[in-house]
Every structure is written in structure tokens, then in C-alpha cells.
Design a protein around this ligand. Sequence first.
Ligand code: 4AD
Ligand code: MG
Length: 436
Amino acid sequence: MNQTYINELKDNIGKEVTLKGWLYNSRSSGKLVFMQVRDGSGTVQCVVFKGNNEEVFESAKSLGQESSIIVTGTVKEDSRSPIGVELDVTGLEVLQNVHDYPITPKEHGTEFLMDNRHLWIRSKKQHAVLKIRHTVIKAVRDFFDDNGFTLADTPIFTPAACEGTTTLFEVDYFGDDKAYLTQSGQLYNEATAMSLGKTYAFGPTFRAEKSKTRRHLTEFWMVEPEVAYATYEDMMDLGEKMITHIVSRVLNDRRLELDTLERDITKLEAVASPFPRLHYDDAVKMLQEGHAKGELENNFEWGGDFGSPDETYLSSQFGKPIWVHHFPAAIKGFYFEVDKDRPECALGIDLLAPEGYGEIIGGGERAASLEYLEKQLKHHGLPQETFEWYLDLRRYGSVPHAGFGMGIERCTAWMCGTEHVRETIPFPRMLYRLRP
Ligand code: 4AD
Ligand code: MG
């Protein structure tokens, strides 16, 4: 194929190349047309000079935004260009000249843009966000693959709840049986970890969340490692290594995109080990002091779950991600191991991202005792027969084990500095959004 990609132009200075893409933007002045051309790999300025070829010049002048075009030209070094080059156009083939592209450079409302998400993803910022999402995912996969983990994906149709029955999507499964879309692959990860030792799953997960916050999707992607013979403390070590790896990869590989998004990268550069580790008791004290100082509106009582102002307050005290561990067992899932000396505390861990991005990792140590889990299932109103296979893991070679889950969109939103997770997935699914 006779095509050079825009991200390869720097290696082709002085050569004649052919770009295949779309017109992102253009302006003309007298004898020149300046076309911003994008091709998926980047954007480059292509300059058409009337004196070179009048026909090409007239054709370039007639093009509207998002016209599909094939451009031939010579690559020239240009220090003002963000990618260091521009193209001196010698030829232009128009596949489709477009004049009514709905998204113009003017401001549009979010609803309009979300309705046109299939087109909006072509915009520079959305393109940058999707590139960063890709790098987050690649960094995560490389991290686990290079650290002895085996990928073992878990089912999407499941017969039971993992994260509580209130956020389950129910699906008719051939009439007789009910199925639910998975909320987390964790329970299956616990089984694969007993085979593979260190395992991870990566896939879509579903929550029938009735919340309309900037952090909630009904369909999101989660990466979930699980490790046999590991403790909740080991998971804080692992999660910390994973996060610093992601941040350094994004800083290394996506500088252009971070610039496009005007991300304050000093905030990302500050993300270095060790992350502070806060016992829930101490987090509660900190929140109560914050309230006493008038920095937090609501007072926090031991036993409660953090709201987003609480999470923001806690992490803003440190300017880097922080771990909170030892949550009250009463607000956690049925499967958590508890502290032997303080059975009211679950060995759960959450990682709170800075800058108000809130919880991005949730996990902990899993209960190893059969008797305890049987009691917990009853207590949580879950049908034991559906969990018999899970209980088998405690009947045959039960060992301490732990894991966690990280939401890809929340992590990507934090990397990008975007306000809302809806922009960090190509086609978001939310309480009031199933289209396009
Ligand atoms: O804290 P959660 O609910 O934990 C679990 O599902 C565990 N079973 C995971 C495990 O231990 N293997 O969810 C984990 C993470 C959250 O920290 C958050 O990043 C993300 O998943 N998440 C969501 N992201 C977007 N929209 C939602 N509605 C989310 N709910 C959770
Ligand atoms: Mg959680």
C-alpha cells in the first residue's frame, strides 16, 4: 500500500509521501491553503501553494471539514509544528467532499456531542483520550505479563452476584435460567489462581448503577489480578507497582496527547512510591478533623462508606494516590477476610487517586474458611447452591489469597485529567445513555 502515516513523517524528511486521511480543518490566505490533515496516527499541516498547481489549489480550497482525501507532498522540517514537520502538497485526490459535518469547531453542548459520539471521537481531544486509554491498557497487560501472571478471562454471563444484588443486570437465559451480566470476574479469578498461582482477567463488567456521577458507567472495563498465598498487604505492593508503571508509560509514550489535553503533567510526575497507607480508623479521624476545621461539610462516622467529597479530601492531604485498608466488614462484600483481632474490620483495600478522581482500585484478601463463607452467604441473602463451586475452593486446598480490580476508565480519566469517565471509553453506557 502506498501510504505513509503521519507519525512516520519525521523519518521521511525531504521525501515525497502519500497520506490517506481526512481534512480536520483548513484556512486559506491569498495564494495558500493550510490544511490540517488527520489519519488516525496524528495530525499534520499540509500547505498548498497556488503557484505549484492551480487545480490542486482550487480543489483544496473547496474542501469542507471531514472530507476524505489522499494527499501527496514533500515532507519538510518545521520547528513550529508539534510533530516537527509539515507537508508541501503536490497532489490531492478527493474521495468525498463534505460540507455539512455536524460537529464544527464552535462549542457544542455535551448532550449533542454524546448523541454524535460516533463522530465526536474524531476530534483531537477525544482522539488523544482514546490513545491514552490504549496505552493504559497496554501498560497494564505488559505489567502483568512481565511479572509472571497468566491471563485467564472470566465469563460475562454469570449465575450469581459478586458485588451485591442491587446493581445486577438480569438477562433471560433460554427461559429456564436467569443469568446476570458479570459485575466482576473475581470469584472465577479465585478459581484460576488456584490453578495458575498468579492470574488476571481483563474484560467488560456491568453495574446497574442508578447513579449519575462523573465516575459511574453501567458498562466498564476492569483488570483484575488474583494471587494465591498473597495477603492484602501484598496487593497494596502490587497495585502500587502497577500504577507507577502505568503513569510512567503514559508520560513516556503519550506526551503529545497529554499536551493536546493540556494535562498538568507535574501532577502525574508526582506519582511515586511509596503511597501512604491509611487504616480506615485513621481515615475517619482525618475526615472528622476536616469537618471540625470547616473543610468538609458532612461529619463522618465510623462505619460509613466514603462519599466522593470524603475521598477527594483524603487524597488531597497527600497529593498522591493513597491506600485505605481495614474497612468495616458490614459495608463490604461477602467474600472478604476479616482481621483476626478485629473481626468488625475487613481486609479490604481501596486506592484513592489524587485530584478528585476517587477510588480507582478496590480489592483485598479473601476469606479462606468454608464455615465463615457459608455464614456470610446466608447473612447476605445469597443462595448457597449457586456458590457451591466457589465453596469448593475452600474445601480442596484452601489457601490465603488476595486480589483487586482497577477500572480502566477511572484510571484513564485520571491520566487525561478529563472531568467525566464518559469520554474515556469509545461508546459509554450510562443510566440515561444507550446510544449510539
Ligand atoms: O471496588 P469494586 O466494586 O471491586 C470489585 O468489583 C472487586 N470484586 C474487584 C476484585 O477484587 N477483583 O470495583 C473495582 C474498581 C473500582 O475501584 C473502580 O475503579 C471500578 O472498578 N468501578 C467502576 N468504574 C466505572 N463505573 C462504575 N460504575 C464502577 N464501579 C467500579
Ligand atoms: Mg469499591
